[in-house]
Design a protein around this ligand. Structure first.
Ligand SMILES: Cc1ncc(C[n+]2csc(CCOP(=O)(O)OP(=O)(O)O)c2C)c(N)n1
Ligand SMILES: [Mg+2]
Length: 680
């Protein structure tokens, strides 16, 4: 269905500082036209919600147009990066697409830009560097920082525009991101949309002491100022234009506390009964849109403005008409499931090196892989805590900074959430970051970015996030509860993540290359005990992608044993003992890829042996073995000769003392004991 032709005044989405000098009347009319369309559309969206034609809820931008429309018009849409907040409908309209595209999102129809997988304002246009929001406020700021850095690295004079509310200013992500942007000296315009409320909570209940949010800028070593965007739209636009220019030319972040309005409450369901008497009327009295209109009436006459409004309103109504007529999407679960991951990519044109095998431990194999990637792939970069001069807590990145330089190998502050969000932004714009977590345990700090942002990106926006997260994992080293965990089932309960878990130096090298070239966020679990467990020959392996499938390590007929990581080696030792003492042999599989699971070879084995043993280091309850056992037995129940056996760690926090930790996790002796008991 074709979309209605927009009125001529909406033909331009640009506003330049020079426009105010050359044709101030036209500049004001353009601002007014976009603000009016934003306001009226937001109001109509609220009506349509109340009529039941829009589902979920709607968080309107009424009152915020005087902030977001000038900024969107002034930004360079051909290069800048932006992520609007839930008050940014007017900004979305200006940035890209037809009004109908945005309405399609609200109607969640078959032409919705998120394929109706997301609702209301949770859309964007990643191809045009408008990064869609997730609900978790503050989370998108670091994405803007990453994508802007990516643009700059590609030689483009981009800036980033990142919005957050007064309420959101309390999140850790906002703090982490302001610090990171300042540290990396990136050109980001941070805009606090201060409407003095977070849902029903007034600013007085949000923060104490200095409530001037712009003054926080000094703490990050950046400039900041406050601006009341409710007074005079032209003056606001001129101030924003100067701010954009400054950020672009200095490549430094800037924080603007923009005082703004929330005219229709928090969301469609908000009754506003927490407001003081007369407070809502006070908001409307400060509304900049009628003031701008009155100014234009004085210059152009009332009839001109009436005509303009009528033309804009007719466009809105015909756009609503068109979008409403588009059918709701047919529920296609196959298509939805197919879109959780970005499609398989062609292998990268790797050099066949090293051609001669090198005797390396897993840490050295990973270092070799990182070196290969940095040498052959200009879009790669490596970040993490202490990975620079120090070479990482486990020395996996040793020497890389010296050889490849700080722009591509750099230390990050203790800010796992913002650093992961930053890596997501880089990945969205064509870079391929590899992020090292100092210990896998610290992924909980970045849980939102990993599981809700990166992992869902493809499904909800179509954009790929090629990102490698390296997680030094597992226990057995007396590191205690917070440096020893296996978080595989915790992370992989969320859709959209891939995961590899190598157990040998060669597999570690191969897994790194396979993870790197994948167009999805891939978690590389690196067991800390394996880093220096022993050396083995490592070489270029043309079949490196085989790490996405299990590897059969041993053939036997009594049972099928599935394991991965450090446990692979214990399983092999236990199997030798069982063969010698009990004369039973096992089919042993090193799973290697935890997501997606490819179980064909294991299933064939299980059909033959009829007995299943799953061994892993993670805790038993909700452990990864529960999924493996369920999948394999529900499919092959009729071939099973015995109940499946799960060998895992106890349901405890990882205890510290060596004796306690040994009691917690599987050991060779316990594996033998459990299997022999099970054999009866
Ligand atoms: C991290 C997080 N916690 C809670 C919420 C639920 N929530 C949605 S909007 C909102 C208020 C946000 O206030 P503010 O940042 O000032 O933005 P405003 O809605 O006023 O524009 C809350 C609490 C959320 N989206 N994200
Ligand atoms: Mg607010």
């Amino acid at each position: 269905m074709s979309f209605p032709l927009p009125p001529a005044l909406l033909g331009s989405r640009e506003l330049r500082p020079a426009d105010f000098a050359h044709d101030p009347a036209m500049a004001l009319l353009r601002l007014y036209a976009w603000m009016h369309v934003a306001r009226t559309s937001d109001n109509r969206i609220l009506d349509l919600f109340r009529q039941g034609l829009i589902k979920g809820t709607v968080t309107g931008g009424q009152g915020n147009e005087g902030l977001v429309v000038p900024l969107a018009l002034l930004a360079d849409k051909s290069t800048d990066v932006i992520s609007f907040s839930h008050r940014g409908f007017g900004g979305h309209l200006v940035w890209s697409g037809h009004l109908c595209d945005h309405l399609n999102q609200y109607f969640a129809n078959a032409e919705s830009p998120t394929l109706a997988r997301e609702g209301n304002i949770h859309h964007g246009d990643p191809a045009a560097r408008s990064l869609p929001m997730i609900s978790h406020l503050g989370a998108m700021l670091s994405n803007v920082v990453g994508a802007t850095d990516s643009q700059r690295r590609l030689g483009r004079p981009a800036i980033g525009l990142a919005f957050f509310g007064d309420g959101s200013s309390s999140t850790g992500d906002v703090h982490e991101t302001l610090n990171l942007a300042s540290l990396l000296s990136l050109p980001i315009l941070f805009v606090v949309e201060n409407n003095r409320y977070a849902y029903s909570t007034p600013v007085a209940e949000q923060f104490a002491g200095n409530t001037e949010l712009w003054q926080r800028a000094a703490g990050y070593g950046i400039e900041g100022f406050a601006l009341d965007t409710t007074l005079d739209v032209a003056a606001t636009a001129r101030t924003f234009a100067a701010a954009i220019e400054k950020v672009r030319s200095t490549s430094r972040p800037l924080l603007i506390e923009a005082h703004t309005l929330r005219l229709r409450g928090h969301a469609a369901y908000d009754t506003g009964d927490y407001l003081k008497p007369g407070e809502a009327e006070g908001f409307f009295a400060r509304d900049p849109l009628p003031k701008l209109r009155a100014q234009l009436v004085a210059t152009h006459g009332p009839a001109h403005l009436d005509l303009l409004d009528a033309e804009l309103n007719a466009f809105i109504e015909s756009s609503i008409h068109v979008s409403l007529a588009i059918a709701r999407p047919a529920a296609d679960t196959t298509a939805m499931l197919a879109d959780v991951y970005a499609p398989a990519s062609a292998p990268l044109p790797w050099q066949p090196s090293p051609a001669t095998p090198q005797n390396l431990n897993a840490a050295q194999a990973l270092n070799l892989g990182l070196r290969k990637i940095l040498t052959e792939r200009p879009e790669s970069l490596i970040l993490g805590q202490d990975i620079g001069t120090y070479g990482g807590a486990f020395k996996v990145t040793e020497g890389l900074l010296a050889d490849f330089g700080r722009p591509r190998v750099f230390n990050t502050p203790l800010a796992e959430s913002a650093c992961t969000g930053y890596a997501i932004g880089l990945a969205l714009n064509g870079h391929r970051p590899i992020e090292e977590f100092q210990f896998s345990d610290f992924v909980t700090e970045a849980a939102t970015q990993i599981t809700l942002n990166a992992a869902t990106y493809r499904f909800r926006s179509g954009a790929a996030v090629p990102l490698v997260l390296r997680l030094p994992t597992g226990g057995g080293l007396t590191f205690g509860s917070f440096h020893s965990q296996e978080l595989d089932s915790f992370l992989l309960a969320m859709p959209g993540l891939k995961a590899l878990y190598p157990s040998t130096p060669q597999d570690a090298f191969n897994a790194l290359l396979a993870a790197y070239e994948d167009n999805n966020p891939v978690i590389l679990f690196e067991h800390k005990a394996l880093y220096r467990r022993g050396k083995a020959p490592v070489t270029w392996d043309a079949n490196y992608r085989d790490v996405w499938s299990p590897k059969k390590l041993h053939s036997g007929d009594y049972a099928t044993l599935v394991t991965y990581g450090d446990m692979v080696h214990l399983a092999e030792e236990a199997a030798l003992y069982l063969a010698a003492e009990y004369e039973i042999s096992l089919d042993i599989f090193d799973l290697r890829a935890l997501a997606p699971l490819r179980l064909d070879a294991i299933e064939a084995s299980l059909q033959r042996t009829g007995r299943l043993i799953v061994l892993h280091e993670g805790r038993r309850t909700h452990g990864f073995g529960a999924e493996l056992v369920a999948r394999l037995t529900e499919k092959h129940f009729s071939s099973m000769k015995a109940a499946p056996l799960r060998i895992a760690s106890l349901d405890l926090p990882v205890p510290f003392a060596p004796e306690l930790e040994q009691a917690f996790r599987p050991t060779k002796d316990k594996i033998i004991e459990r299997i022999t008991e099970w054999m009866g």
